[in-house]
Design a protein around this ligand. Sequence first.
Ligand code: AOS
Ligand code: ZN
Ligand code: ZN
Length: 389
Amino acid sequence: MRELDAPARDVLAAQAIELPSWAFGNAGTRFKVFSTPGTPRTIQEKLSDAAQVHRLTGLAPTVALHIPWDLVSDYGELARYAQDLGVRLGTINSNTFQDDDYKLGSLTHTDERIRRKAIDHHLACVDVMDATGSQDLKIWLPDGTNYPGQGDIRGRQDRLADSLAQIYARLSDQQRLVLEYKIFEPYFYTMDVPDWGTSYAHVTALGERAFVCLDTGHHAPSTNIEFIVAQLLRLGRLGSFDFNSRFYADDDLIVGAADPFQLFRILFEVLRGGGFEAGSPVRFMLDQCHNIEDKIPGQIRSVLNVQEMTARALLVDQEALRAAQDAGDVLSANGLLMDAFYTDVRPALAGWREERGLPADPMAAYAASGYQRRIADERVGGTQSGWGA
Ligand code: AOS
Ligand code: ZN
Ligand code: ZN
């Protein structure tokens, strides 16, 4: 078995996976939102829970906020609060999907009053970024149509381009816009940003600080996601990942749970495309909901899954792979990839963690910490994440 060499260890040491604040709230399906004892009642409590994940894994130094689910009056103060807990505030996520005004569109709406309102919401999100020091504004646009003929597909694209340009113009030189695509839902005939190509077309029109966000749950079944990763890296426009797993649709389950091999293939393309190099534009985030499992261990398991598949990707003998590819040696090339994928890196990573003063087994350390019991006793009346609220 190949060892994790010095360059591989550098990649692991620098790995950072952003946690979504909404993963700590109760979530569910359209049928039922189950509540979990200890669910946070405030963003401060969500940050405290996220800090547990980082404390035990060293992998999750930042937390993404969602506006308006995480509204506070002073974001500078919230940033300091996070810092005291050992984490930082990360990506700011906008929301144009829970307001009656946006039933027929937000940034694409034909009614100028409503489109203006949606643009202004994003400008307010940039105000938050100024206060928190966040780098990324992430736009997941729920806009779309349900019936052929319902909307002017091209007109909607034109209005979207104009809205995005107004938002982009408000960003500082240090800030970025990432545009997430999704094949369907909440609308089922067209989505206004349904695929990476549409997102790419918009972000390239905006400028150098606009990128595509790839949510792993937002594709048709059997889409080759690593191909999209390779292409976007090649084009210099892969800005961020929303990691999660899907069995059927946008399931938002624990990343690496449904298809660890796919996660490995994606991370291998990230590695090959320079996505782990210093200065790369690629950021890694989770976008998950924990409907039935405890949220903090759910997040711990998630970041460990990403770390594990990164370690396996780092084990691929790239030199030998290139030689096999160039020689047209199909089976050796495939075998080299599979050898790395099938390598159990868990003992090596446990040792690696211990060297850094982290628990060898973060899941067990969390269970033994008593934190879950404490929050279950202390927090009464935990709120939903915003999903299903
Ligand atoms: C929705 O399907 C998207 O995955 C969003 O990225 C995300 O869940 C949302 O931005 C949270 O507000
Ligand atoms: Zn997402
Ligand atoms: Zn999603």
